[in-house]
Design a protein. Structure first.
Length: 478
């Protein structure tokens, strides 16, 4: 059987790197998309040469990793990097099968004449999980070729994070690209005019058109997690085909079984569907085991796998005194992207009963990619949806999520809020609403009411700002 001749590999490489010949031939598909806000965080890691590390770009399927890589390449060229000092490989292409990373960079040198041993260059390996033992290959390149700044990315997010942590200590910097935040959703659709920053310098926002903002928020709940979906009416007409078949099923049927050796895929699929349907609800291993007939230890492993794949996030429970339970019998499960539930089941409208759960899921989803330690409090007769606890085990702040204006009009009904704040000596708490905003002080407790959509936007916008500032000092993992 004839081997694929090297000339064919070089032809493929030139077609993937059209900017080598003429910058004007940069692929339209990447030029047409506006950059995500996370490019502002990703690009400094890419250009940073000291310490010498590779960047591992992680994220669930279809969140825009390849597009962001090409936007970064365009910015490098705009900043004066010679186009031939930038090389991109789509490692999943069959023509590269059997080749190691060193083989690929040798092909890059042969194709361009760039001596990567002497000249600074940027090399991107997309869909790296298709290369066996990629982390070993990458370590060698980082250690041996100081002029190469490597970026690898892939959709098998669980595999990338696991192997990066195991093998890349001191050599790899992990960067997590989450599904679209609500802030990015409005930015990409040119709807940020709906939100305006207040003049108080505290990072808070306001809106003069809450009805239109809420309309966009509901659309975000149904379709907003993936850049490709928000621009396509065709996909929005049948989101199940795109999100379930092209994203969820590939993770459940291919990524996780391949990484963890899962045998009963039907069990995993059933569990995920159950958790997705119950997003923002409290569940227990006992309850899930009885409902599925699967052993609790197996359920626990499956949940760990689904978390590693960035499909779900577990939030642990504290009591009325904000203390963790010794045994985590109960917990909440949230989808990392609320539009997954809409695609798997039905779309939501603003008046649907379940929209409160999806709104709560959306708020948590803005936080999840920050690894911020959040909990929920629950005790007999009361619950608080979001609780942040300082390392000294004191409650620092809390939020009660409501997609309703009822409690703005009748704040005395918030008995659980008054109980929790009194117990934990909180003088202020945020309550999300459907439309109404304002501050009310009752029994020396300041209740700050803010529309859920506006609060969701604020989290995503301020996290980008905060991460950008922290990235100037530390790049171990973003």
């Amino acid at each position: 059987m004839r081997k694929i001749p090297k000339v064919q590999i070089l032809k493929r490489l030139r077609s993937e790197n059209s900017w080598w010949d003429r910058i004007e031939t940069f692929p339209d598909i990447y030029v047409d998309f506006k950059p995500r806000a996370y490019l502002k965080l990703f690009y400094p890691l890419l250009t940073k040469r000291d310490p010498h590390r590779a960047v591992v770009l992680m994220g669930s399927r279809r969140v825009g990793k390849t597009v962001m890589i090409h936007h970064a390449i365009q910015r490098l060229i705009d900043d004066g990097v010679h186009p031939k000092q930038i090389c991109y490989f789509s490692v999943d292409h069959p023509i590269y099968t059997g080749l190691g990373l060193e083989d690929l960079i040798e092909a890059y040198q042969q194709s361009t004449g760039v001596d990567f041993r002497k000249i600074d260059c940027f090399v991107f390996f997309d869909e790296i999980q298709y290369l066996k033992d990629w982390e070993v290959h990458l370590k060698i390149i980082v250690d041996c070729y100081k002029n190469i700044k490597c970026v690898v990315s892939g959709s098998a997010a669980a595999a990338l994070r696991l192997r990066s942590i195991e093998s890349g200590a001191g050599r790899f910097t992990n960067f997590l690209l989450p599904p679209l935040t609500f802030h990015e959703y409005l930015e990409l659709l040119d709807k940020e005019f709906l939100v305006e920053e207040k003049d108080d310098g505290e990072g808070f926002f306001k809106t003069d058109n809450i009805n239109q903002l809420n309309k966009s928020f509901v659309h975000y709940l149904n379709f907003g997690g993936y850049p490709e979906v928000i621009f396509s009416k065709e996909i929005q007409s049948d989101p199940s085909r795109f999100i379930k078949s092209d994203i969820v099923d590939k993770v459940l049927l291919r990524d996780l079984p391949g990484l963890y050796g899962i045998q009963d895929i039907q069990e995993l699929n059933y569990l995920f569907s159950t958790l997705a349907f119950n997003t923002a609800n409290e569940v227990s291993l006992e309850e899930l085991s009885k409902g599925s007939g699967v052993a609790k230890n197996t359920i626990k492993r499956y949940i760990e796998y689904l978390e590693a794949a960035f499909l779900i996030k577990i939030v642990h429970r504290v009591d009325r005194n904000a203390r963790r339970f010794k045994r985590a019998n109960f917990f909440k499960v949230y989808l990392t992207n609320p539009s997954i539930r809409s695609a798997l089941f039905t779309l939501v409208n603003e008046g649907d009963d379940f929209i409160g759960h999806l709104a709560e899921t959306a708020i948590f989803s803005q936080w999840f990619h920050d690894d911020f330690p959040l909990h929920y409090a629950r005790w007999k007769g009361g619950e608080i949806d979001i609780v942040s606890i300082h390392p000294d085990k004191e409650t620092s702040w809390a939020v009660e999520v409501k997609y309703s204006d009822r409690f703005y009009d009748r704040p005395s009904d918030l008995k659980n809020v008054f109980q929790f704040c009194a117990t934990n000596k909180l003088q202020q708490i945020a309550i999300t609403t459907r439309k109404k905003s304002g501050i009310k002080v009752i029994n020396n407790l300041e209740l700050e009411f803010v529309p859920t959509s506006l609060y969701c936007y604020t989290i995503g916008r301020n996290l980008i700002r905060g991460k950008k500032k922290s990235a100037e000092f530390n790049d171990d993992e973003i």
